[in-house]
Write a protein that binds this ligand. Structure first.
Ligand SMILES: [Zn+2]
Length: 212
């Protein structure tokens, strides 16, 4: 697992979890994309850095595979929560680059809500991720022998966008769920060509380790 390690260590606790950001709203990963075992849920305060200087903890219910120690977050849900948060704090920030990079100890997170902790104490309650991946899936469907299923293009962000602060409060973000799932797209193929069926599977993932 080669990755470029450009970040500075931020959390003082040992790194925890392999985090994957899932950009496909219709893909819920009730099964682990790596080992196919059933996933559970794990509600944890995710630590997110939002450009340029915002650090935010979101208590979020992730999918979790115990076997692979993989935590999966839905990009659209996280962006929805981020948008709501920054509408209150600073709407200018909405749409900026962000990186989910670790978790905060639950107790410390709870205490911090009632009484904010000094900044220099924070790292004592933070674990960075062991790894971070942006999930990409290949399309399901029927393909010519030898033809690799193409990568599914994730839908663009609906809420976490620059310059759209007006009237976004009641955006029907359910729209995202009612979109036709990309995985049902079929490619026109002639009937005499040998075909093989493919289920969507992880194609590639970008491994990032960077702390802005
Ligand atoms: Zn697994």
């Amino acid at each position: 697992m080669a990755h470029i390690d450009l970040r500075k260590q931020f959390g003082n606790l040992p790194p925890k979890y392999n985090f994957s950001l899932n950009p496909y709203p219709e893909e819920r990963f009730s099964k682990c994309p790596v080992c196919q075992n059933k996933t559970g849920q794990r509600k944890l305060p995710l630590l997110i850095h939002v450009h340029p200087k915002n650090l935010i903890a979101l208590n979020y219910t992730n999918r979790y595979c115990q076997h692979c120690d993989i935590l999966i977050g839905q990009k659209h849900e996280i962006e929805h929560l981020l948008t709501e948060k920054f509408l209150e704090i600073n709407p200018e920030i909405i749409g900026n680059d962000y990186l989910v990079f670790g978790t905060v100890e639950k107790q410390a997170w709870r205490e911090n809500i009632n009484q904010p902790k000094p900044v220099n104490e924070m790292p004592n309650h933070i674990s960075e991720f062991k790894s971070y991946k942006n999930l990409r899936m290949t399309m399901a469907g029927w393909f010519r022998d030898g033809q690799d299923p193409p990568v599914m293009e994730p839908p663009p962000s609906k809420e976490w966008l620059k310059g759209k602060t007006q009237g976004r409060k009641n955006r029907p973000w359910q729209d995202v769920d009612s979109m036709a799932p990309c995985s049902r797209l079929l490619f026109p193929v002639s009937s005499w060509v040998p075909l093989r069926g493919c289920l969507p599977q992880i194609s590639s993932s970008q491994e990032i380790f960077r702390f802005p």
